[in-house]
Design a protein around this ligand. Structure first.
Ligand SMILES: N=C(N)NCCCC[C@H](N)C(=O)O
Ligand SMILES: O=C(O)CCC(=O)C(=O)O
Ligand SMILES: [Fe+2]
Length: 330
């Protein structure tokens, strides 16, 4: 349950990563400390920063640099990989094409998803079937991003070991049928600065991305170093900034983890407003459950919440399809 937090805590997850292959990791004092911090952060805000995550700083920077280069290209070049329903909602969307609660978002983006082969999840997977549309320009875009996605997948799985412990379970609550074959979403996003003339459209409003929650388990946000634009809503309804902290990721909880935890952890509302004159990029990796996971509160969490409030069951793939099919005006 979120609180009136005023800032977002920073957690050094180094000790957790050092022991993540040890089934007895919970007994390690360094791991216990990380687990405790994760639990506090997830309860008070649903948001935290992670440092000591092991992903090379050079790669984190390259990913943002190449993203700037792509969005700098002329519209005719970017639209070559246009997002369409036929491509499983993968590809490039122009500014204002994504909508949040009826308002166009002032961002452009490339949306990517773990690839789903035809028939893999039957009717449930149909909408999301397709291959990622990577730009050919800049030339090493696909290689770099695939490497990054692979590292983010491993890192997220390890953070989820800690979150499973924080919820009072074994480290492996999110393996197997829950997230042993985790789906992922990857959004490469660009937010024009105020009155930026270099973009094809002048922004209609100042909302880069309207207030929303993320859909899955855990999000890893890699944001530009010099602009504060991401804001997180606390219980009092105040918007608390999540400024960039070099060398860290902003992490937040998604809707599926809220259900698993029976509301102990919340998927907190957040939004993006780029009030800077500079163009801002953000590369967001979303670690999800298995595509076909039927998600319901864990028994260990129901016990802790006194069985009072009960979140309903959700099938992750259905939740995603509901969002994706209503997110765009095309
Ligand atoms: N996969 C994730 N979490 N994407 C976040 C996008 C949020 C904006 C979207 N229009 C919405 O209203 O959800
Ligand atoms: O741009 C950001 O900092 C966050 C973007 C975001 O919240 C999202 O894409 O879900
Ligand atoms: Fe988000």
């Amino acid at each position: 349950m979120a609180t009136d937090f005023k800032s977002i805590r920073i957690i050094d997850i180094g000790p957790l990563l050092a022991k993540c292959d040890d089934p007895k990791m919970a007994e390690d004092p360094g791991v216990s400390k990380v687990v405790k911090e994760l639990d506090q952060a997830c309860r008070e805000a649903g948001f935290f920063y992670v440092k000591g995550h092991g992903i090379p700083e050079s790669l984190i920077k390259e990913v943002k640099d190449i993203t700037h280069k792509f969005f700098d290209l002329p519209y005719e070049e970017k639209i070559k990989i246009k997002l369409t329903p036929a491509a499983g909602y993968r590809g490039y969307q122009r500014i204002g094409e994504n909508i949040t609660k009826d308002t166009p978002d002032m961002h452009e983006a490339i949306d990517c998803y773990k690839e789903i082969k035809e028939g893999m999840y039957g009717a449930l997977g149909k909408t999301m079937e397709g291959c990622n549309q990577w730009p050919h320009n800049p030339p090493n875009f696909k290689t770099l991003m695939e490497e990054y996605v692979s590292l983010c997948t491993d890192l997220s799985r390890k953070i989820m070991l800690g979150i499973a412990l924080a919820l009072g379970g074994t480290p492996y609550e999110f393996e197997g049928e829950r997230a042993g074959n985790a789906f992922w979403v990857f959004r490469i996003i660009g937010y024009p600065g105020i009155s930026s003339a270099k973009n094809q459209e002048k922004p209609e409003n100042d909302i880069g991305c309207g207030a929303h929650t993320d859909y899955g388990l855990l999000t890893l946000v890699n944001q530009d170093d010099d602009i504060t634009a991401l804001q997180v809503r606390n219980l009092a309804g105040e918007w608390i900034s999540a400024p960039p902290i070099p060398g860290s990721f902003v992490c937040n909880i998604g809707d599926m983890l809220k259900i698993y935890s029976n509301g102990l952890y919340e998927s907190t509302l957040h939004r993006v407003i780029n009030n800077s004159p500079k163009y801002r990029v953000c590369v967001a990796f979303f670690y999800e459950t298995n595509f076909d996971a039927a998600v319901e509160p864990l028994d260990i969490c129901k016990q802790r919440t006194g069985e009072t409030k009960q979140f309903g069951r959700a099938v992750y793939g259905e939740h995603l399809v509901n969002k994706v099919t209503t997110n765009f005006v095309m």
